[in-house]
Design a protein around this ligand. Structure first.
Ligand code: J2J
Length: 558
């Protein structure tokens, strides 16, 4: 079975040699695997607490963390996994995610960062694209049985050989806690893994792209580029060995994982606190107990936190210094309430799993912090703002953003068609965001020119939803568009033009997509049946008109 599995480098687009050389010469790439950075922190601070699991109370020192990770790395290899094999990770926030991820880095095994919200449809696709040989999941979360899901996936993803389960494994599955237990010979394990460590240019992990095309895409991040991403973000976020970083958004997202995130904290010897959800009634007491200094959330969560604090006036946020907010556009009015209500510094983050991260600086004037999405974290990030003909636009004029740099890969994994669309000549990545650059260099995200719905930071590809809905009989044309939502910013709305008499119902759509095994956050929350879907002059579906239509219908309703 292993022979079927390709080497990641076959699907990975490398940086051109001259750029790679420059990134090395200028110190951005250090040719040091991700695991080595954490080991270095553990060497300096063996007894400091590395991870606190806010759900089950587990606390782990740095010495224990690297011991467990190394032992687990050897056990993974012992199972029969090999360097460059891919492992589909579907874990909630918790210490297991942290140790497993580090174990994978140490062994050169590549975690594919899926989400606990993903279901059969997404995992089947990702498992096949990545040729995953193992899946790692919880036994169940909120009544959903991941072992059953894994059993369903096994025949559909022929490369899958192992199911690793956190909690209570069923027969034939591997117990994750058992796999992640400390080893007998930490020094020996460390030496053996060091000797076989992955190279800086090797793939370290696969991130998921925020959907724009019909099919999900994977982003290969190498040890070199990701380590630099992490370090550059840590510097701009003011992370130090004394920081306490709370992760309450899904940790497999690039933002809480590495910007600077969990890995940023572990690189420095700081403390990571994990929570499975950002619910303020649960998160605030943990912030107080663990003296959390920095965390990252999406605007929808920032709003909930602000409302909770306004209502309860807790004294639980005294240690919180920095609230990073990103993933979708933060309204200026919301941004202005952060400091007065939460008592901390807001750091706006406009980033992408494809690389480029922009942040406001901690000492920026309040006007910059509240009205812009910041500027690149690295002096080596290159940005162009261009018009439809790819001509550069002057500052102050909104246009499409193009970027490249030492932590922005030059292509998606094994996706030549998507690469032709999203990467311009010269290796520039076109994120599809419409951005204005101010003369001071700060960026303002004005909108986007991509067929994606941003549901409170979770990205939904319109095309993906449409092609699934087309399987329902009786449809002539469907179009998924964003509709405004006071909490999440946007939700998915589906327009339909029928071929026959019977109108499509919301229940029908929801049931169909649920049955297809689609993640709940992608499922439309409104269906509008119209006589005729509007088209543009060139005959394309006029989504702008549909977005205006739904916004108007909703304002009439309100
Ligand atoms: C408007 N749109 C934003 C912002 C992201 C840090 C922060 C976010 C992500 C992320 C990330 C936005 N204002 N402040 O990976 O490390 C939209 C843009 C962008 C897309 C990327 C990180 N911050 N966006 O959200 O890969 O449209 O990464 O292109 O999930 O989110 O989505 P994703």
């Amino acid at each position: 079975m292993n022979q079927m599995v390709k080497h990641s480098s076959e699907g990975t687009v490398p940086w051109p040699a001259e750029d790679a050389e420059r990134y090395r010469a200028e110190g951005y790439w250090e040719d040091r695997p991700l695991g080595a950075w954490v080991h270095e922190a553990a060497q300096r601070f063996p007894d400091r607490t590395a991870v606190v699991d806010g759900a089950d109370g587990t606390r782990m020192s740095y010495a224990e963390l690297v011991d467990r990770a190394d032992a687990a790395a050897e056990r993974l290899l012992g199972l029969g996994l090999r360097r460059d094999d891919r492992v589909l990770v579907v874990l909630p926030n918790g210490w297991q995610f942290v140790v497993l991820t580090l174990a994978c880095f140490r062994a050169g095994i590549i975690p594919v960062m899926a989400l606990p919200a993903h279901r059969r449809y997404e995992l089947r696709f990702l498992g096949n694209l990545a040729e995953a040989r193992a899946i790692v999941a919880a036994d169940e979360i909120k009544g959903f049985d991941y072992q059953e899901l894994a059993d369903e996936l096994r025949p559909e993803v022929p490369t899958l050989e192992w199911t690793l389960v956190s909690g209570v494994p069923r027969e034939g599955n591997v117990g994750l806690e058992e796999l992640l237990r400390p080893g007998e010979d930490p020094a020996g394990a460390r030496a053996r893994l060091d000797a076989a460590a992955p190279a800086g240019t090797d793939p370290a992990l696969f991130l998921l792209s925020g959907g724009t095309t019909g099919l999900p895409k994977l982003i290969t991040r190498t040890h070199n580029d990701y380590a630099y991403n992490i370090r550059a973000c840590s510097a701009v976020a003011g992370l130090t060995e004394d920081s306490v970083y709370l992760v309450s958004m899904p940790v497999s997202h690039n933002f809480p994982l590495a910007c600077p995130g969990v890995l940023g904290a572990l690189f420095l010897g700081a403390r990571v606190v994990t929570l499975p959800s950002p619910n303020p009634a649960r998160a605030f007491p943990v912030i107080a107990q663990e003296a959390v200094t920095i965390t990252a959330v999406v605007p929808a969560v920032a709003q909930k936190w602000i409302e909770h604090q306004e209502e309860h006036r807790t004294d639980q946020l005294g240690t919180l210094q920095v609230l990073q907010v990103g993933g979708s556009r933060m309204p200026d009015e919301l941004a202005r309430r952060v400091r007065p209500v939460l008592g901390c510094t807001l750091q706006q983050v406009f980033g992408m799993a494809e690389g480029l991260i922009n942040m406001t600086r901690l000492d920026d004037p309040e006007e910059v912090v509240c009205t812009t999405q910041g500027r690149p974290v690295s002096p080596a990030d290159e940005i162009r703002i261009v018009d439809a003909l790819l001509e550069d636009l002057p500052d102050g004029t909104p246009g499409a953003i193009l970027t490249r740099g030492p932590y922005t890969p030059r292509g998606y994994y094994a996706a030549p068609e998507a690469n032709a669309k999203s990467f311009e000549e010269g290796g520039w990545y076109a994120s599809g965001d419409i951005v204005e650059r101010r003369p001071d260099g700060n960026l303002i995200v004005q909108g986007r020119d991509k067929d994606m719905i941003n549901r409170g930071g979770e990205k939904v590809s319109a095309e993906e939803i449409e092609s699934l809905v087309y399987q329902i009989p009786g449809l002539s044309i469907v179009a998924a568009v964003s509709m405004p939502d006071p909490v999440l910013g946007e939700k998915v709305c589906l327009y339909a033009q029928m071929a026959g008499e019977d109108p499509l119902t919301l229940e029908q759509v929801q049931e169909h997509l649920k049955k297809a095994g689609v993640a709940a956050y992608k499922i439309p929350e409104k269906v509008v049946v119209v006589d005729e879907i509007p088209t543009t002059k060139v005959g394309k579906i006029d989504k702008k008109a549909l977005r205006a239509d739904i916004a108007q219908r909703m304002s009439l309703q309100a």
